[in-house]
Design a protein around this ligand. Structure first.
Ligand SMILES: NC(=O)c1ccc[n+]([C@@H]2O[C@H](COP(=O)([O-])OP(=O)(O)OC[C@H]3O[C@@H](n4cnc5c(N)ncnc54)[C@H](O)[C@@H]3O)[C@@H](O)[C@H]2O)c1
Ligand SMILES: O=C(O)[C@H](O)COP(=O)(O)O
Length: 416
């Protein structure tokens, strides 16, 4: 593998030069509070940045925080010679080129559970809203129209909720839905423990055919891209409702608009779209606008104060632990290492290309400098090796420089 090498930040992180942090997309203040308390210099941007703007803004930045709207392709890293880590202050990490960041030695951290409950609660509310056509009735009354009807309105008790993707959100939603008396079935590519009385179905087709409500909770991947198109929508029961609060790439919007217009589906709730605005000031157009019993929300499934506050703290904490001690636990694109710091030792962190002989070369450098290794932990994936090494003697600057000179080196830094 030939890894394009960006300039190596092998100089020790100095307490005198504060680390620069760039937080995009209105990341919660809780993150800034923690990062500032470390002495880091935090800059904020309200919306997302396009990749070329991001590339410019990453010059000299050590940590960047994004949410779901900021894409981080390899081209955005071209000036990111100081970038140590990326914080995705959300669940999804499909917006980051995880392979490119991995081979450039930049771990990406997310918050895998902090907004799970918020999404599950919103989807459960939408099930009731759709089956009672509450938004349409509400709009009519706002317009001075009194349309008291029961036709087409139903209880959710006894109805079947079909969950596609029975992970953190899907399984939590299933538990909440059973509390309302719903029957829960799910389809997942992995074998999952059924919670409560829920039942796994072997195929997507069976789930679509059996459900009164179908809700999607899968990540954006090649296998989920357009997984609900015209053929899948046609398999759903007449009058059933579709809910998508996962990713906009999962549902074919024109096909959905068509089955809503033809009244094959009774309603839909959509929170995510193939193209979403970068800021709250941008306009938005979708073919679903104006259709009856269609709830459209601006990607707010995880947008509660509770979730955002908790995500801010969780991801900021991961970034701080990585800066201070090199911990990569929870990074989505990196070998996992977490070693407690021992006072009096001198820690070096090294990311290198995963080829035979690197550890031998590094240990020869340490030995030539007459240093003693107190602790050494190496974890690898198919592209890179991540080494955390504590030395008894303070020769870490010389060791660091020598390791950075190896042609296998990707990133090397000293933390203590
Ligand atoms: N609307 C929002 O604001 C919001 C908030 C949080 C998360 N999300 C989205 O929801 C997604 C799910 O979140 P989660 O925390 O439950 O993730 P998760 O990883 O815990 O669960 C995802 C599940 O989908 C399954 N899956 C993957 N590919 C599949 C396929 N082709 N068919 C069927 N199942 C498949 C996985 O096996 C897993 O069980 C996230 O990836 C994110 O994109 C949206
Ligand atoms: O992946 C997620 O957690 C959700 O899509 C929420 O993303 P957001 O932080 O951009 O609202």
């Amino acid at each position: 593998m030939s890894t394009p090498r960006f300039p190596n930040p092998s100089a020790p992180i100095s307490n005198k030069v504060p680390l620069r942090v760039l937080l995009l997309e209105n990341i919660h203040k809780s993150a800034e509070v923690l990062l500032s308390a470390e002495g880091f210099q935090v800059e904020r941007v309200a919306g997302a940045l396009k990749p070329e703007e991001l590339a410019e803004r990453l010059k000299g930045v050590h940590l960047v925080g994004i949410r779901s709207k900021t894409t981080v392709p390899e081209s955005a890293l071209v000036h990111a010679e100081n970038l140590l880590a990326i914080g995705a202050f959300c669940i999804g990490t499909n917006q980051i080129d995880l392979t490119a960041t991995n081979i450039h030695g930049i771990p990406a951290f997310n918050a895998p559970f902090s907004n799970t409950r918020s999404v599950a609660e919103m989807v459960l509310a939408e099930v009731v809203v759709l089956t009672r056509q509450l938004f349409d009735r509400s709009r009519e009354v706002h317009l001075g129209q009194w349309r008291k009807v029961a036709t087409g309105s139903h209880e959710v008790r006894g109805k079947t909720l079909g969950i596609i993707g029975y992970g953190h959100i899907g399984s939590q939603l299933g538990v909440l839905a059973e509390a309302l008396g719903m029957r829960v079935i799910y389809y997942d590519v992995m074998t999952k423990l059924p919670l409560g009385n829920s039942r796994s179905v072997p195929t997507l087709g069976e789930l679509l055919a059996e459900s009164d409500f179908v809700t999607l909770h899968v990540p954006a991947t090649a296998s989920t891209n357009m997984m609900i198109g015209a053929a899948e929508l046609a398999r759903m029961k007449k009058g059933a409702c579709l809910i998508n609060a996962s990713r906009g790439t999962v549902v074919d919007i024109p096909a959905l608009a068509e089955v809503l217009r033809s009244k094959h589906l009774g309603g839909a709730a959509v929170d995510v779209y193939p193209e979403e605005p970068e800021t709250n000031s941008d306009g938005f157009i979708t073919q679903l606008q104006g259709l009856p019993n269609v709830v459209l929300t601006p990607h707010i499934g995880g947008s509660t104060e509770e979730a955002q506050e908790s995500i801010g703290r969780e991801v900021a904490t991961s970034l701080i632990k990585f800066v201070r001690g090199g911990a990569t636990t929870g990074a989505v694109n990196f070998p996992q290492v977490e070693v407690p710091l021992i006072p009096g030792t001198h820690r070096i962190l090294n990311v290198h290309r995963n080829i035979p002989g690197v550890l031998r070369d590094i240990n020869r450098i340490v030995s030539d400098l007459n240093a003693n290794i107190h602790a050494q932990v190496l974890s690898t994936d198919s592209n890179i090796g991540y080494l955390v090494m504590d030395l008894d003697q303070d020769v870490s600057a010389q060791v660091c420089d020598a390791i950075a000179g190896l042609n296998t080196d990707i990133k090397t830094r000293i933390v203590s």
